[in-house]
Design a protein around this ligand. Sequence first.
Ligand code: SF4
Length: 319
Amino acid sequence: MNNCLVEIRDLHVEYKTDKGVLGGTQIIHAVNGVNLEIKKGEILAIAGESGCGKSTLAKTIIRLENPIKGEIIFKNNDLLKMTLKELKDFRKNIQMIFQNPYASLNPKMKIYDTLKEPLKINTNLSDNEIKKIIEDTSCKVGLDKECLSLYPHEFSGGQRQRIAIARALVLNPEFILADEPVSALDVSIQAQIINLLKDLNKEYNLTFLLITHDMSVIKYLADRVAIMYLGEIIEIGTVNEIFNSPKHPYTKALLSAVPEINKNKEKILLQGELPSPANLPDGCKFHTRCPQAMMKCKNNIPENIDLSTSHCVKCFLYN
Ligand code: SF4
């Protein structure tokens, strides 16, 4: 893909955890063979239930987690093969906005110092140059200059998330990972932050990977959506394709649970709980809950089927 900024190939992430009172350890298969291309200037959303592996995927891209296998290509460089020095340079280009603006800001630092810290660590800019960047970035996210001399506790949740977004922007990154960026905010504030992210995407051609369980946020903000289930991407397409013509039974169930999207239609109730990523089902990983499961789904793994140049689904119903 010509305008591809990030390409993820066959990514696998596992953890070892204690089994607790049972003794011994177990392996959690958090991400299982993810392939993904993120185009420059787009907002790609990753959706799925809690525990589906979407946050682990984001943390692995920013190298907060180490995969056991795979490639993460950013502008033709494999992040998993970089030296520490190369990784430090790369980190300027990719920044993360976390879910909770209450926890992600240091309560003892004034906002100016919070925004100055990444510039001091990652650049050799003079104090005057840093001051100009901080003031310009604050303006971009809708914060007054006066805010810079205050502490985080003096702000509302929405303003704190603006500060967290400013901190992600001061290094002028090309790629932002936003992990549930509005889910900790009051509903009344969410729209402001969603609009701010959309404006930043359009005005500065910033590329976003948006991680969220909120399908309404995705519908408004994203260009494309990837649906994750038990560490796999089971359907991907444009917002129009996924919301107006979902194909995978899991995507249909996920959308049917959102009242604003599923107006006047029946909710699809899935049987059972999400299986443990320590004990993945054989065959199609969704077969234990799928209302349309067939015999072959139990022991055979479906391939990705291209439905259009942008829409792809992993399900035997479309073979
Ligand atoms: Fe359901 Fe089978 Fe499709 Fe899996 S492959 S989603 S079990 S129909």
